[in-house]
Design a protein around this ligand. Sequence first.
Ligand code: PHE
Length: 455
Amino acid sequence: MSMSDRGTWGSRVGFVLAGAGSAVGLGNIWGFPTRVGENGGAAFVLVYLVCVIFICLPIMIAELAIGRRTQSDPVGAYAKLRPGTRWWMAGGLGVAAGFGVLSFYSVVAGWALAYIWFSASGAVSGDAVESATFFTDFTSHAPSSLFFTFVMLAATAGIILGGIRAGIERVSKLLMPVLAILLIVLAWHASTLPGAAEGLAYYLKPDFSKMMSFGALNAALGQAFFSLSLGLGTMLVYGSYLTKREGIAKSAIMVVALDTSLALLAGFVIFPSGFSIPGFDPTSTGPGLIFMVLPRLFATLPGGQFFGAAFFILLALAALTSAISLLEVPVAHFIDSHGWSRKRAVVIVTTATFALAVPSALAMGASSFFSDLPGIGMDFQSLMITVWNDFALPIGGLITAIFVGYVWRIDSALEELLAEQAWFPNPKLWGWMVRYACPLAIFVIIFMNIRSMIV
Ligand code: PHE
């Protein structure tokens, strides 16, 4: 490992800043409302919150503890704690997942980028039917989909290469509060639209008959891992930002609270606005939900073009800080474990990611093959979301829990967690969750979902 190469991305910016920069992104503003819409509203929100608090938070603490102890990339971290064993493969899954998630993430980030221009120029209209057609036309046009995907990936790679990551993360210090304020203003405005009450009821009044499928449970679990940047080693890598004095539990709670509040706020914007459109059906809108609903909301606001552009600028920036953290996992791995130069690692990983992003970018109509994979019954992008978000990330979390619970062991982890008398309420409960509750819950949800897919 070359120290100088590793040093460039290890510039200390403070964990909460970096962690929140990674966690807050498309997962909150695009993924959360989309999946709430697809899976029946409020009941999904409740299950999501249960997953965040009882499954993801304990695992985030575990991931951070490994990271702070080992100060290396995921593969190196497991190898350091259990040398000479195959545990490094647990990190390997994370490296693959970083690459896989980024492949579809960059496509959606490209949409956000394009919508800056579409909103500012007034190209996308406030008419609900027209803005839906606009989105479909745009995403089914191969050259533009590929172009914007490429720009987002190139920007991500450029930032990591240029060594200006720390600068970008400082920008996100400003980004979060501005994004939160904008979402609050939009939510308040959306609540005054006709039909808003119906939207709020959909979002807040649980109908549990809609949550009876294991597919929906698995989607909530996967969404929680995805939104919190958990299960693939991002938090492990960011754990090295934590000083002993900061305290892992407090930092983890802050990142989880911030990330979850922003996701919930996004729902308060999207559902009232959506239901103000006559005939709106959240279950059938799919990944275009926010891009179809928001232009109409902006059109009802004075200075809507400005609000629209500002919103998508913030979204693209939030996506960028998350994309950086995704690319960093495989890049750090090839530098740390294979001795590649930073430049070589970034160029090769980004090129490979773009190659896998192409079918996702073509999956919204540009290619009939990728838009409806024969024999699979879904498009390529949905397949990527299922494979990486719904399976790879929670399984990564399950492996982390088993590693910390039974191999590294709770006592050694607690030594790290309680260092310098850090605040840590109920270490016993945490140990119990990591050893029993979290792995069991993840296993049951995934197993039952796979079973329901087969039979
Ligand atoms: N959490 C990020 C978001 O919500 C995405 C991400 C997932 C980033 C996994 C890093 C690791 O947009």
